[in-house]
Design a protein. Structure first.
Length: 342
């Protein structure tokens, strides 16, 4: 094997065995076995560490019977790999934000669906962080471009709609996962044993709030965390939110706000929900879209326990903390890296 210098930064010309395994979603032992067998080209650093060129990795995958998700993104697979590793190993989501922008501008929504699933399930990036930094960052950039005249209203609307279409695609995939997991659980249950009831949440956007991407993301996070969800969409009167909660006995209600709505509207929401709350109706309210109010919950008069969620990632952390029994009981266990046999 040829000698190469150790490179501390992420470079697709010198992937470690663990990085290559991560990108392919296989065990590192598979990568080492392929390399030792000569099927996967690799080189050695001066210190004796294995390094693999990304081009050699994809060439190897093209000739194997197993499916490597990274190949879906051709001709952008190198950019996806570089951005994925930068986000995971350096916390730099700039590349992923740029990919979201490009895919929504030039490709069908299924590209974004595939990207988010790959990053979450193969690269193991938290779904909430992907919503905040990758999609949220891209949306913020589109808004900035619109304000400066670099993007027309039509192009801004097209981008937003593609994001919504992609979120619907994720919803379909996650619902299928949940149904499959429920079927497996039912078949494994003892005869006569009732299926465990999953917790239930209501999610919607405040009245006069027509921006529902945040609400839809919260819906997906809940579904992925093992909840069943009734989604009410945009512009829902507070009285009707309370009515649905009472009807379905939901343990959690999530309401999204967006500018120019603010704390005055939140206070009215709390007043209405408190007035309509029945004594036997116990639930927690999570308010999104008013980040500057976080930490001031004690200043709000409310008959319903309330939490301000500043980001999707923090909302996911809050769910895991408040409902720890669900943390390892998601609708589907994400597939672990496999020991490839080829």
């Amino acid at each position: 094997m040829r000698q190469m210098n150790d490179l501390p930064d992420i470079t697709l010309n010198a992937l470690t065995s663990s990085q290559a395994a991560l990108l392919l979603r296989v065990h590192e032992s598979s990568v080492k076995r392929w390399s030792n067998g000569g099927g996967l080209k690799s080189e050695k650093t001066a210190g004796g560490h294995r390094r693999i060129r990304f081009s050699d990795l994809t060439e190897f995958c093209h000739n194997q019977p197993f499916h490597a998700d990274i190949l879906f993104f051709a001709p952008h697979e190198e950019e996806v790999a570089q951005a994925a590793l930068a986000a995971r190993e350096q916390g730099d989501f700039t590349g992923l934000q740029e990919l979201v922008l490009r895919f929504c501008d030039t490709e069908s929504p299924r590209w974004l669906v595939k990207l988010i699933r790959y990053l979450n399930e193969a690269i193991d990036l938290p779904l909430g962080k992907l919503f905040d930094a990758a999609i949220g960052g891209a949306l913020a950039e589109v808004g900035r471009q619109w304000q400066t005249g670099a993007r027309t209203i039509a192009l801004e609307h097209r981008f937003t709609q593609k994001v919504l279409d992609a979120l619907h695609g994720l919803l379909n995939a996650y619902e299928e996962d949940a149904e499959a997991a429920a079927s497996i659980a039912a078949s494994a249950a003892a005869p006569g044993q009732a299926a465990e009831r999953r917790p239930h949440a209501i999610v919607g956007c405040s009245e006069a709030c027509f921006h529902e991407i945040g609400g839809f993301m919260a819906r997906l996070l809940l579904l992925r965390a093992g909840w069943t969800v009734t989604y009410l969409g945009a512009n829902v009167p507070y009285e009707e939110v309370a009515g649905i909660q009472e009807l379905e006995r939901a343990q959690l209600v999530c309401i999204g706000f967006a500018p120019p709505l603010g704390t005055v509207d939140v206070r009215r929401c709390l007043k209405v929900l408190g007035a309509m709350r029945r004594a036997a109706s116990n639930y927690h309210l999570v308010v999104g879209g008013v980040p500057y109010a976080a930490g001031t919950e004690h200043l709000y008069e409310s008959a319903v326990p309330v939490t301000f969620a500043t980001t999707m990632e923090r909302f996911a952390f809050w769910l895991a903390r408040e409902f720890p029994s669900l943390e390892n009981n998601t609708p589907t266990a994400l597939a672990a890296p496999v020991e490839a046999t080829s």
